[in-house]
Design a protein around this ligand. Structure first.
Ligand code: NAP
Length: 328
């Protein structure tokens, strides 16, 4: 693992420890003391410096949990060192960087995966199956949002030089929901971004997308907000809602609600560790297992498409920013 990150301690390392097909060999940090603390906690070697870990022949694959703005650089170094790579979301800060990484991995014959874990959760399969059966009629309006409360002042999300900002950090989730439920041909029609000029990052906003088949998506995101991670897809004959859509803890049951004119139906989904699912999928891909090369390439193409839309949103929204938030 590169980077003793919060997400690594809380979710990734426990999931790796529980995964039958992975052994955590070593953790690397810019700080020797931090690496030592993580190594002791998770029973693996502690390495000072990311390059020292990449030089270790015992390491076959790396999980990279550094700030988003550094993903492309460290994933490229890891691939150059011959390691398979599981990189945190989003896999790069721009579509061009993501596409270059995907090409590099393909040339090297190495597995590259983005940790897009929420899409592995079975609740979205329940939603997609219901839509495919026509239970909501034709999909017309997707409303999806991921907003989180303010973080500590020194958080990486407030650092423009590290790829901070709400759009990349949490806008990612509703945008991938649109790609998952409405298809990859969604186009961006508008973007509003609240930008903090002092920090040089966006703290939240909204995107409007549409499809050629007449569906629209209203997506919201923010890092200065009440916690919310939900979506609703409204169709011509009903609606389907996932209220705990993106980060359900592994111990939490979830629920999808289907509404029709005659009443609503609740579908309960057992607790599911979406982090562990990605870890197992990654390990299987490294071993040439169940996931085919086509599937992995398809997943990377979705990552690149999402980043193209995020690039476009950032460019288009720049001139509409600076909204001062004041009481009504
Ligand atoms: N998949 C998910 O559900 C999920 C959830 C949360 C976050 N994430 C992603 O995971 C990544 C890390 O997020 P986080 O919240 O865990 O961040 P974090 O706690 O701040 O960790 C980032 C780590 O990056 C390393 N790092 C390397 N260069 C750095 C620099 N110049 N400044 C600061 N840190 C640097 C640090 O490790 P050392 O000091 O040990 O070198 C630090 O611990 C982000 O890309 C984020 O989008 C994914």
């Amino acid at each position: 693992m590169l980077g003793c990150a919060d997400i690594a301690r809380r979710r990734a390392l426990p999931a790796l420890a529980a995964c039958a097909s992975t052994v955590t060999v070593a953790v690397a940090s810019r700080s020797a003391a931090k690496a030592a603390a993580f190594g002791a906690e998770f029973g693996c070697a502690a390495v000072h410096g990311y390059r020292a870990l990449l030089a270790d022949d015992a390491v076959e694959a790396v999980y990279i949990a550094v700030p988003t703005g550094l993903h492309a650089e460290w994933a490229a170094e890891a691939l150059a060192a011959g390691k398979h790579v599981l990189v945190e979301k989003p896999m790069a800060a721009t579509a061009a960087d993501a596409a270059a990484l995907a090409e590099r991995a393909e040339r090297a014959g190495l597995v590259l995966m983005e940790n897009r874990m929420f899409t592995r959760h079975p609740q979205h399969r329940v939603v997609r199956d219901a839509v495919a059966r026509g239970e909501i009629g034709l999909p017309r309006v997707l409303s999806a949002g991921m907003t989180i409360p303010p973080r500590p002042a020194d958080d990486i999300r407030y650092r423009a030089d590290l790829g901070g900002g709400a759009l990349l950090d949490v806008g990612y989730y509703p945008l991938h929901t649109a790609l998952l439920l409405l298809g990859h041909d969604v186009r961006l029609d508008g973007a509003v971004v609240e930008r903090d000029e002092r920090l040089g990052v966006d703290l939240g906003g909204a995107l409007l997308l549409s499809t050629a088949r007449g569906a629209v998506a209203h997506l919201t995101f923010g890092i200065d907000h009440h916690y919310r991670a939900a979506y609703e897809l409204c169709g011509t004959a009903g609606a389907v809602t996932a209220a705990r859509a993106y980060t359900p803890p592994p111990s939490a049951a979830t629920e999808v609600v289907l509404e029709r004119p005659g009443g609503s139906r609740r579908v309960g989904i057992a607790p599911f560790d979406q982090f562990a699912a990605v870890m197992a999928e990654f390990a299987s891909a490294v071993r040439g297992g169940t996931r085919s090369a086509d599937h992995l390439a398809g997943e990377l193409a979705v990552s690149v498409r999402a980043l193209e839309l995020l690039d476009e949103a950032r460019d288009r929204a720049q001139h509409r920013s600076n909204a001062a938030i004041t009481p009504l």
